[in-house]
Design a protein. Sequence first.
Length: 496
Amino acid sequence: MGANDTPASTFRYNEKPVYTTSNGAPIDNPEGWQRPGPMGPLLLQDFHLIDQLAHFDRERIPERVVHAKGAGAYGEFEVTHDIGDITSIDMFNKVGKKTNAVVRFSTVGGEKGSADSARDPRGFALKFYTDEGNWDWVYNNTPIFFLRDPTKFPLFIHTQKRNPQTNLKDATMFWDYLSTHQESIHQIMHLFSDRGTPYSYRHMNGYSGHTHKWTKPDGSFVYTQVHLKTDQGSKTFTNEEAGKLASENPDWHTQDLFEAIQKGEYPSWTVYVQILTPEQAENFRWNIFDLTKVWPQKEVPLRPLGKLTLNKNVENYFAEIEQLAFSPSHLVPGVEPSVDPVLQSRLFSYPDTHRHRLGVNYQQIPVNAPLRAFNPFQRDGAMAVNGNYGANPNYPSSYRQLTYKSVKPTVTHEKWSGAAVHELFQEVNDDDFVQAKGLWDVLGRTSGQQENFIGNVSGHLSGAHQDTRNRTYEMFSRVDAGLGSAIREQTEKLAK
Ligand code: NDP
Ligand code: HEM
C-alpha cells in the first residue's frame, strides 16, 4: 500500500470524512463548477467536474457474456462427514472444519437488467477461500447441460439470446437449434419443467454437472459429481406466476436473497458427492464424460459431505459481486478436471473472459484474492495494485529461496492415445432419450407437473415456424409418444 493507509472504504458511516477530489484535495461544494463571473463559460481547469464526468463515462464494465444478471452473498462451508477415504482435499480434511465462501447465483441468457424469473437454467457459482488456494465451483441448478461438444457453446448461446436482425428473442432460432441438436433433450426436459422457473435462488439445488477427479497423494483417485440440495425445499413458480413477476418485480430473486440474509434467515444447502472408482466408471452404463447424462442415484448413491450456509450480505454489489471472477480452472490440490471436453474448454474460457472483463490482474481484486498467493513471476500489467511483489526477483533466483510443495498430477489410470480426429463427441442416438424419459416419469410422480410441462413448452414453441414446430414434436415423441402428441395438439391450437 502507498502512503495512504486509510483507504476511503474503511471510513465508518458515523464518521464525517472531508469531501475531496479524486486526488484528495478538499473541495467546498460537490455540485459547484468553475467559471469566470456569474454567467461565464465553463473552465477546463475544473478538475473536479471534468474528472467526475470522465469517471462517470467509464462506470460500466462489460457485462458477462452469459450469466449477466445475478445476485450473491458470503457464507461458509462446514464439513459434516469424514471422506478421508476418498480424498485429501484440504478443505474437507476434518469434520467441523469451516471455510469461507462467496456465492453468485444468476440467470444465463438475459442481459444485466433482465427479469430474474425468466425460464432459464440458473448459475450456482461458489468461491471457497481455502488454505490451499481458491477453489471455485462454477455450477448450475441442473445436473446436466444442453451439449457435450464445446464447439457448440457459442452457437447454442446465440440462439437463446437475440436475433441478429430484429434484436428480439426468437422462438424459431431457439427451437431450430434445439430440435437439430437433440442431445439437448435431457436439459430441455429440466428447463421446461417448473424447475425452469425457480421460486428463488434459495429454493433450488446446485450440481457440478461435470465429472471431476478427487485424488490422494498415493496417486489413487475417484470420479465425482457434486450435488448441493437446498434445505429450504425445492420450490418453483408456474409459467404464469413467473411471467407476471417478470413485469411486476423483475429483481425478485435478488431481493429475496438479500432480505432473507438481512433478516437472519440464512439459507443453507446440504452437500453430497457421488463417487465412482475408475474401474466402476469403465463398466458404467453411461459415459461419465458426457455432460448430457446424470449418474442415476439408485446406482450411485449420494454421500453426505458438508453444509453450505449463506450468512452475510455484501457491502457493495459492484466491488464484491460484479467483480467476482469464477473459473472451473481455479482448483486446489486433490482435485483434477476430468477429460470431459466441455469442462476442458471451460478451463480456458473463464480466465480468458476475466482478462477482457476485469483485466489481467483480476485475481488481485479483493473478492477474488486468495488467502495467500505468492507468484512473483507474474508481474506488472494494468491495475497491479497489491504492491506487485516489491523487490522480489521476477524469475526463480538463486538469491531468493521459495518453498515448492509437491503436488503430483494423477496419471495412474487415464492414459490416452490414438490418431488425432476432428469429430463430434458422439452422434445423437436413442440413449440420449432414456434419461429424458426418466425425468418425464419423475414429473409424473407429482400431480400437475406433466401438464405444466406441456403447457410451458407449447406457449413458447407456438411462436416458432411450422417446420421447426414439426421437428420439435418428433423430438418430444422420442421421449414419449403421448408427450409428443400432447405438445403438438396444444401448440398448434396456440399457433392458430
Ligand atoms: P431418482 O428418482 O433417484 O432421482 C430423481 C431426481 O429428480 C431427484 O434428484 C430429484 O431432486 C429430482 N427431481 C424431482 N422432481 C424434479 C423436477 N420436477 N424436475 C427436475 N428434477 C426433479 O432418479 P435418477 O437419479 O435415476 O434420475 C431420474 C431423473 O431425475 C434423471 O433422468 C434426471 O433427469 C433427474 N435428476 C437426476 C439427478 C441425478 O443426479 N441422478 C439429479 C436431479 C434430477 P430432489 O431430491 O431435489 O427433489
Ligand atoms: C459464466 C463460458 C458451460 C456455468 C460463463 C461466462 C463464460 C462462460 C464466458 C462468463 C464469465 C464471466 O464473465 O465472469 C462457458 C463455456 C461453456 C460453459 C465456453 C462451455 C463450453 C457452462 C456449464 C456450466 C456453466 C456447463 C455449469 C455446469 C456458468 C456459471 C457462470 C458462467 C455458473 C456464472 C459465473 C458467475 O456467477 O460469475 N460461462 N460456459 N457454464 N457459466 Fe459458463
